[in-house]
Design a protein around this ligand. Sequence first.
Ligand code: NAD
Length: 278
Amino acid sequence: MSNDVPTITLNDGHEIPQLGFGSYKVDNDTAEKVVGLALQAGYRHIDTAGFYGNEEGVGRAIAASGIPREEIFVTTKLWNDRHGDPDAALAESLEKLGLDYVDLYLIHWPCPAQDLYLKVWDRFIAAREAGLVRSIGVSNFLPEHLDNLLRHSPVPPVVDQLELHPAYQRRDDVAFCRDHEIAVEAWGPLGQGKYPILQDPTVTGIAEAHGVGAGQVIIRWHLQHGRILFPKSSNPERIRANLDVFGFELTDEEMAAVDALDRGLEGRVGRDPNEMEP
Ligand code: NAD
C-alpha cells in the first residue's frame, strides 16, 4: 500500500520516510499487535531499540505483514551497557528482529563517562561495510559529542535522534546538525504525554481551526520543520490519525505560534545526555 509520507534523503544517499511509528514502552506481544496495526494503516518506518525489549514482537509483526522487507524502514539502537561489545549486540538485535539487516542503527546515548562511543562508531562503520546495517547514526548526542565524532571519523552520522517537541525545541543543537548535514529525528515528539502540549490552548485552537486533533497539529509542525518523527500510540484510532496529516497545512502564523511555546531546558522531559550512564 502506498501512502503520502515524503522521504528525506540522508547524507549517505539512503532515503527514510519522514513519518514513522515509535515503539517505546510496549512489550513484545503489544509491539506485535500495534506494529501490525501501524503497518496495516500504511506506516513504513518503525523505530525500536535493544533497550525496549520488543525487537522480537516488532520482527513478528513485520514478518506477518506480508509487506516486502525492502518497503519497510527499520531502526534499532545499541544500548548503553553494550558499548563494549557492539558487534554481539547488533547480532542479537538482528536475530530477535528476524532480519538480515536494519536500515538504521543508532548509538542510543553517548555515555561520555564510559568514553567508548568513538570505538563503537568504528564498529558501526564495519557493520555497515558488512551489510548488516544500511545507515548509521546517533541519538541524544549533544554538539560536543558530535564534534568529537566528526573529528574522529570521516563517516558522519546520518541522523541525531533527539528529544524535541514544542516545549523543548533546542534550536542550537538543531542548527549544529543542519550545519553538518545530520538529519534531526524528534523523539517524544508529542512530549511523551508528560508535558501538557496537547492541552495547550494555542495548539487546541489551531486544531479546531483545521478540524483535526491536537496531536495532528504537533506532528504537522514537526513535518513542516523538516524533521523525522515517529509518534507512538497503542490506540488504533490514534495510530491512524497520527498518519493522517497530509490533508492540511499549518500557516506561517500557526507555525510561529507553536514555535513560541518553547520553554528551553524547563520543557525537557528526558535525561541530560551527559548524565545518562548504563
Ligand atoms: P510521544 O511523544 O510519541 O508520546 C507518546 C504518548 O502520546 C503516548 O502516551 C500516547 O498515548 C500519546 N499519544 C500518541 N498519539 C496521540 C494523539 N494523537 N493524541 C493524544 N495523545 C497521543 O513519545 P515517545 O513514545 O517517547 O516518542 C516516540 C518514539 O521515539 C518512541 O516510541 C521511541 O521509538 C522513540 N524514543 C527514543 C528515545 C531515545 O532516547 N532515542 C527516547 C524516547 C523515545
